[in-house]
Each structure stands twice: as C-alpha cells, then as structure tokens.
Design a protein around this ligand. Structure first.
Ligand SMILES: Cc1cc2nc3c(=O)[nH]c(=O)nc-3n(C[C@H](O)[C@H](O)[C@H](O)COP(=O)(O)OP(=O)(O)OC[C@H]3O[C@@H](n4cnc5c(N)ncnc54)[C@H](O)[C@@H]3O)c2cc1C
Length: 392
C-alpha cells in the first residue's frame, strides 16, 4: 500500500479530461496492481539487491508487456497514451519495475514487431507478452556507450550460420533473459539485429553486482564467444543504427512518462508526511519553506504531465520526432530526480529510511538519467535540432 491515499495523486490541470475512459481504466488497474503487488515487496527487493519474484509474469498478466503490440501477436493493441500511463504507474512503484516493462516492450518486442520476420513475430512475441519469456537488449559495450556507432561486437557469415563475437555491458535483465536482441556489425560494417537465445554455445550473461541504483533490477553483460547464430535469427527488415535508435525512441518516450510516477510517489509522500509531522508545535506543512518545495514539485509534475500528454498525441499520429522525445526524456528525468532529492529533505532523518521511497527513487533515477542517452547527450540532440550543428 502507498503511504498516502491514492486519490491524492495530483491532476492539477484536469489532464484527465483529455483522456478516454479506457485510458483512465487502464491507469487505475495498473495503479491498484502497483499498490498491492509492488509496494509491499519493493523495499526488501531493493535493500537486498534481488528482483521481485514472478515480476515478468505478473506484468504480463496485467498487459504491461508490449501494450501497443498488435493483439494477433499477444499484445493489447493499445495507443501510446495508454503505454505512457502504464509506464507512469509502474515507476510510481519503482524504476526497476518500469525498466523491466520498458526493455521487454520497447527494446525487445518493438524491434521484433517492426523489423522481424513473420516467423520471428509468431515465435517470440506471444511469449514475451505473457512474461514467460524474458528479453534483453544489447547495444552498449564496455568501450562504447554514448557512441554506439563505434561498436566492436561483430558477426561473420559462415554460409549456413553467422558467428558472433564481442560483449555488451550494462544490460538490463541480462542474467534472467531467455533471448537477447543484440546489435552487431556484419563484415560490411553495417549494424544488424540478431536474436540470441540462452543455451547457444559460447553465450554467457554474468551479473553486474554492487549497484547502488536500480537494485531491484538485474543488470549484466552479454558475452559472445564464437556463438553460432542460425540465419533465421537475423532481423531481416532493418540495416544500420536506425534499428536500435528507433527502439530507443520508443523506450525514451516511456521513460518520459515513467519518471512522472516516481516524482508523484515522492510528492504525495512529502505532502502526507509534512501534514503529520509536528515541529515547534505545528505541522511542518505550515511553514513557508516547506510549502515552497511542495508548490514547486506540483508545478514541475504538472508541466511534465502536459509535455507527455502532448508527446503521446504526437506519437499516436506518428509525428513525434526523436528530438522532441529527447527533450521530454531530459526534462522529465531531471524533474523527477530533483523532486526525489528535495522531497527527501522534507522527511528529515526519516527520509533516508526504506519505509519511505525517496532515497530509493533518487538512487534509481541516477541510472535513468544515464541510460537511454545521458542527460548531456539529450541536450546535444536538442542543440543539434536548434542549430543544425552536431556538437557530439
Ligand atoms: C542500470 C543500467 C541499465 C542499463 N541497461 C541497458 C540495456 O538494457 N541495454 C543497453 O544497451 N544499455 C543499457 N545501459 C547502458 C546505458 O545506455 C549507458 O550507460 C549510457 O548510454 C551511457 O554510456 P556509458 O555508460 O558508456 O557512458 P559514456 O558514453 O562513457 O559517457 C560518460 C560521460 O561522458 C558524456 N559524453 C559522452 N559523449 C559526449 C560528447 N560527445 N559530448 C559531451 N559529453 C559526452 C556522457 O554524457 C557522460 O556524462 C544501462 C545502463 C545502466 C546504468
């Protein structure tokens, strides 16, 4: 259960008026699921650096895996606003939960649906949608993060199969994955997507331990040593970096919504606590310094909600540009991390405790501000869009 009544979740500018009944129903059901399934388990999972048992199957049951994937492949055929609202509600629980759904939906199901063969779609998508199969997305490498075009992972055409060599790092769900969509260069230097399955000889997924962030999410490496990849496992319909970049667009869009959930969890907790906590004979909510913080949180959350709603409508119309998505990802993640850090102070010493969510969200958001393009990289994308000059 949340520490605050969920009816106090803010909709200051009546954005609900812009949503359909279906949107509101989807949001409500995910909201309630987060309260009953995630909230009771998340502190223990994060404190002990373990994932929530059965998370992926439960996410599958509530339709959070590939919500916009067509129904014939096991998705729910929903629009982009629905996807965004689901991400928002999941991240109110924890960024690890949203990350699990984001990676599966935007980075694994999306490329298979967009660029895969009919056989690949039928083979993988329904199992990914139900959460029986867990997917990972391998783009980042030990030597190439912000600059994926310089990747070293490569494959050779051996006639009846491909031979894959290289390594990916910082991969969400690597230690748990059944399959990984891996981006690698062919002999012509062009980037292609390959579906690598657990059990293929030479494919290992060592876990990255000792994280201070996203502790309820498993992160690891994908290591390929002469892995034989059947020819039918290449994504046939995309060549070049636009493949992984289009996946990132979809995931970054989801993050823009998701982090609003983390900010809402911190804001609502701070409002509730500040009304209950008495110092100098009065609730701390009665002091102007605390009210300033709360007023600024609500202002920033409302701006972020409006940005996302508009971006969602553009995305539904296939008009959202990568630069528009970068702007929203950058703005909203910074908004959320600032609210997490500042709201922690409202709780004083209690703010560092696991009973309250601020430290966990603040630590998680350190990853979110880095992955899917760092804060600085998104600024450079906006700068490029404004000036036409690439400053990378
Ligand atoms: C918890 C977690 C989960 C992740 N999950 C995945 C995943 O599932 N799949 C995947 O492929 N990747 C994943 N990543 C990787 C993530 O996308 C990268 O960490 C990110 O892209 C940054 O790359 P890097 O860490 O190598 O940093 P670097 O690229 O080395 O950047 C270091 C710093 O230099 C700055 N910088 C880089 N280039 C420039 C420039 N041209 N101008 C100015 N500044 C610059 C950056 O902004 C940053 O501040 C994950 C990362 C984390 C932390």
């Amino acid at each position: 259960m949340s520490y605050y009544p969920i009816h106090t979740i803010p909709d200051y500018y009546f954005i609900d008026d812009l949503l359909t009944d279906e949107h509101k129903l989807i949001r409500q059901s995910v909201r309630e699921w987060v309260d009953s399934f995630v909230m009771p388990k998340i502190d223990d999972a994060a404190q002990h650096h373990k994932d929530i048992p059965n998370l992926m199957k439960e996410l599958g049951k509530i339709g959070a895996l590939g919500p916009y994937i067509p129904e014939e492949y096991g998705g729910a055929g929903l629009d982009q606003i629905s996807y965004g609202l689901i991400m928002q509600e999941l991240e109110r629980g924890d960024s690890a939960v949203r990350s699990a759904a984001s990676v599966q939906s935007s980075l694994v199901m999306f490329p298979i649906n967009e660029f895969g063969s009919e056989e690949q779609k039928k083979k993988y998508l329904p199992h990914l949608a139900s959460g029986e199969m867990i997917g990972a997305f391998g783009l980042t490498e030990p030597n190439h993060g912000s600059d994926p075009g310089s990747m070293e992972t490569h494959f050779k055409d051996m006639g009846d199969h491909y031979l894959l060599n290289g390594a990916k790092m910082w991969i969400t769900n690597a230690p748990l994955c059944n399959i990984a969509v891996v981006w690698a260069k062919g002999e012509d230097g062009k980037v292609r997507g390959l579906i690598v399955e657990r059990g293929m000889e030479g494919f290992t997924t060592p876990e990255t331990i000792n994280k201070w962030s996203l502790r309820a999410s498993k992160t690891g490496e994908l290591v390929f040593r002469d892995v034989k990849i059947p020819k039918e496992n290449i994504l046939p319909n995309v060549i070049g970096l636009k493949g992984p970049l289009s996946c990132l667009n979809s995931a970054r869009y989801g993050i823009s919504w998701g982090v609003i959930g983390a900010a809402i969890d911190c804001y609502c907790t701070a409002v509730q606590y500040s009304k209950e906590r008495i110092q100098f004979g009065k609730p701390i909510a009665s002091y102007q310094l605390q009210q300033k913080k709360l007023a600024e949180f609500l202002t920033e959350i409302t701006k972020a909600q409006l940005l996302c709603w508009r971006l969602g409508t553009l995305k539904n119309e296939h008009r959202a540009t990568p630069a528009q998505i970068s702007l929203a990802k950058r703005n909203n993640v910074k908004m959320a991390i600032d609210i997490a850090r500042e709201s922690r102070q409202i709780l004083g010493g209690m703010g560092i405790m696991g009973e309250f969510p601020m430290m966990r969200h603040a630590a998680n958001l350190e990853s979110v501000i880095t992955y899917e393009g760092t804060h600085d990289v998104h600024l450079l994308i906006t700068g490029n869009d404004i000036t036409g000059i690439n400053a990378f």
